[in-house]
Structures are given as structure tokens and as C-alpha cells.
Design a protein around this ligand. Sequence first.
Ligand code: HSE
Length: 341
Amino acid sequence: MRIILVGFGVVGQSLARILLQRRSELMRGYGFHPKVVAVVDKGGAALDTRGLDLEEMLSLKVREGTVAASREHGHPRLSALDVIESAEAEVVVEATPTNIENGEPGLSHIKTAFRTGKHVVTTNKGPLALALPALTELAEYNGVYLRFSGTVGAGTPILDLAKKCLLGDRIISIRGVLNGTTNYILTEMDEERITFQQALEEAQRLGYAEADPSMDVDGLDTACKLVIMANWIMGERVTLEDVEVEGIRNVTREALEEASRRDCTIRLIGFIDDHLKVAPTEISKDDPLAVKGVLNAVTFTSEFAGEETIIGRGAGGMATASAVLRDLLNIKETLSTRLMT
Ligand code: HSE
């Protein structure tokens, strides 16, 4: 499978590391032979139709700040759109940062990939939060797949649990802790008695927070994830505008102490039932959603199976990259099945 990797930040580099580490197992276990034919970052691109040396890409990024510095394969200033348009590949992995103003540049990357017949795996929530119904239709129209497991729960298979494991049942409502950064901040404020600002800085240092941390603390990241889940799992056609959002800036240590006296805590919870809402919410310490640190937790209520809760790490480069790998393998499998029928 030939891959164009667009965005070589924390997630893109983590994917390169996983592909290097797992090369022989992927071949042996899944017959999967990924060949990254292009890597694009802010400085330009590196291209090689035979497959780039990912070790070289990683060390160039550290040493020179851009893969375009490659003497043999570098193309400074070559744009992602030009690469997606002209390079021959089956899949574009889109891992640029989320922008919820207009979804760019990810939105154009995805549309160009579809137009040129390429499947897309993305970790970018912006284009999905703003236009998932339209993008799903566009993918279908062009006969390609759009996969985005890493956008919700990082490596924790939250979307897959609902879509695949609960197949046939009807999910009636969802509630969840969907943002690792705010959960980390609330846990640290509660347990370590540190301020909101100190906890936020720590979350940024650990690489959990978005490039713009207001995405996390003002609840927008959780809102994007609700939109993705409502569309993908529940078949709704909603966008970010349909979500009522309140973040955690007004949650004080005093409020957390008050809640603790009632054997409760405060978590930023996203709700999907008759409408979509994000709000700091007091919950019992026994509630399965009362997870600590960077964990995410989601409770699905379905018609027949009842309540199911999934808990796992909700942020981090390697965790998110593992979801990208899952999506790549899923596309490979789906294509093989399609060939056989
Ligand atoms: N900033 C996000 C979080 C990353 O903290 O959950 C994963 O989407």
C-alpha cells in the first residue's frame, strides 16, 4: 500500500516509528507492506516512489526541522495539495492540526485525495466536525474510504466498539469523557491541589493538549468528537453548530472540594441523546466515567445490550498513531474483500 503522509508532527512521526518498529510483524501477520512514498510538512515534501527511508525522515525532522531538507528526495516549498494531486498512492494519511474555523488545510487535503481516487485516514477533527455528512457522501461518490478512528479516544477503539462490536443493536444515547487534557487538568486540580494554569501547562508539556489549548479547555474538542460520534455511530447529520458547549474555565478548586464532600467529582462530559451537549458535570466517584488523568471513558446505552463503558488513554502521539495503523489495516482488508466478491 502506497501512502502519502501529510503532517509530520507528533502523530505523523509516531506513525513513522510504529511502521518502522512493526515492519516485519505487519508483513507476517497481515500481509501488510506499507510504503510511504511522500511525507509533507510545513517546509515542503520528501518524495520517493520506491518508499522513503522513515528513519531518515525522522532524523531530518529533528536535525533540520523539515523533511524537505533531504538531499536526495527533498522538495522545499512543494505543497501538500500538489503532492496529493500528483503522487501515485492508494492512501493519504492526513495528520495536520485541527482547525475548527474552516477546517483547513485538512479539508482541502481530504477533498483533493478523494477527487484523485485516494482513500483517506485522518486524525484531524476539524474537517469532520464541520462537514462529516458531506465528506462521507463525497467519499462514496468517488468510490474511496474515509477512516478516522484516531479522532475519538486516540488509540482506544471507541468508534469501533460502537460501530462494530455493537453491530445490529441501536445506540440510544452516549455520555463520555472525551478530552484527555481537561480530564488531566481536573484530576490534577482535585488531587494535587494545583491551579488550572499549572495543570494546563503540564498537559501541554506532556503533549496531550491541542496546538490551541482553548480547543480543549473550552470544550470544543469534546464537541468535535460528539459530532463525529453522532454522525458515524448514530447516523445523525449534525455539525459543530448543533452542539451546546461549555468548557472548564469556571471550574474552581473549591467546587471540586465541595463535590468531593458529597463523594462526587466534576468531569467534562459530552452527551448525545435528544441533543448534543458538552458541560462540566458533577458525577459520583463510583460512576464509570469518573476516570483519572488523561483517560477517556464512554458509556453507550443501547436498546438490547444495555450500558457498555469503554475506558482508555485518550491522547498521545503513539496512541493516536496506533489508531491510524488500525484504519490502514481496515482499508487493506476491506479492499481485499472487495476484490474477492
Ligand atoms: N487534545 C486532545 C485531548 C487530543 O486532550 O483529548 C486527543 O484528541
